[in-house]
Design a protein around this ligand. Structure first.
Ligand SMILES: [Fe+2]
Length: 337
């Protein structure tokens, strides 16, 4: 009798320990702490689930791979479609079926098997001299002779440009993409290189008139987050959302996946579902001046002028699959030379 009772108590305690232990999850992310800490705090407040976060600048997939089946990772969060697809290709994710996620995230912004979900979008946009008479622009325009000597852009091998070229391949094929890259190179005002924000700096400096860069840097420069110099750079430009001929504006994403061996799978799904709530989408997008993935959630007022994003509908996985070809084209045309 006594033994039976203590056995029962032991079982109850063990069950409670499991339940208590389950009220936390482990997040591995390459995102900046400042971007996601407020969100995680709000998740914990509303669900009681504690989040242990490991911030990794590089080597996220390698680390999870090394940890193998014993990996404590529940949620893997990163940027760039290439990195998300890479996690799937390495077998580090597991499929998730969630009505909440499917309802909130448009189909082209999540894996069809549920292995990854986009949480925010960034667009590859045109920075143009503010005095240029320009209200619309296509990516194809960038290679037109009228822009000879007027274009600034970063390396053709940078993941942002590789994804853009990969999109171009999906739209028009490899041969057309090569001709386009040659055209853009012939239009360069300076060697391809530097960062996206340098396009604004060099437009202010009169080196170039137009260039391609990410949308969120507009918000970072305008808000003063990048320092007083950058506030001046951004005043020299206006921002146009370019489109592909017959398509929309090229976007890339930040996103997350549930880890293959997630010890706290339910809490991992709970976090992803929280991150697509209206409240979290607004916070997450505003923190880095990105676009929410959930239709109807507003962007930061700082980038109000480019709020009306018509994202290209191309399957992001297909774009990721063309990255190697895109990088080889940039090499073949000597884009960075
Ligand atoms: Fe960036």
């Amino acid at each position: 009798m006594r033994l039976g009772l203590s056995g029962l108590i032991g079982a109850v305690l063990a069950a409670q320990a499991v339940a208590a232990g389950a009220q936390e999850l482990n997040l591995y992310t390459t995102r900046e702490p400042g971007l996601i800490e407020p969100l995680l705090a709000s998740f914990t407040e509303s669900t009681g689930v504690k989040v242990n976060t490991i911030f990794l600048k590089d080597g996220l997939p390698e680390r999870v791979e090394q940890e193998g089946e014993a990996s404590p990772a529940d949620v893997l969060m990163t940027v760039d479609i290439g990195n998300l697809v890479d996690l799937v290709d390495r077998g580090l994710t597991q499929p998730v079926e969630s009505e909440v996620l499917a309802a909130a995230i448009p189909a082209n912004l999540r894996d069809k098997d549920g292995n990854w979900f986009a949480l925010s979008q960034r667009a590859r946009v045109l920075y143009a001299d503010k005095d240029l008479d320009l209200s619309s622009f296509t990516y194809e325009d960038l290679a037109k002779p009228e822009w000879k000597g007027k274009v600034c852009i970063r390396s053709g091998q940078h993941p942002y440009n590789v994804a853009l070229t990969a999109s171009y391949i999906v739209h028009h094929g490899e041969e057309a993409a090569k001709a386009w890259l040659e055209g853009v190179k012939a239009n360069l005002a300076r060697q391809a290189g530097g960062g996206d924000r340098d396009v604004a700096r060099d437009i202010m400096g009169g080196i170039c008139e137009i260039g391609i860069a990410n949308s969120y840097y507009v918000g970072l420069m305008r808000s003063g987050a990048g320092g007083p110099e950058q506030e001046e750079w951004v005043k020299a430009i206006k921002v146009v959302l370019p489109t592909f001929e017959g398509g929309g504006t090229q976007v890339n994403v930040s996103g997350a996946a549930v880890a293959k061996h997630a010890p706290n799978r339910d809490q991992a799904v709970q976090l992803l579902e929280y991150l697509v709530s209206d409240e979290a989408q607004k916070l997450y997008a505003e923190a880095n001046f990105e676009y929410p993935v959930k239709p109807g959630v507003a962007v930061s007022p700082v980038i109000e002028d480019i709020a009306d994003l018509k994202a290209d509908g191309t399957d992001l996985t297909e774009i990721a699959r063309q990255r190697k070809a895109a990088s080889e084209l940039a090499e073949a045309v000597g884009f960075d030379n």
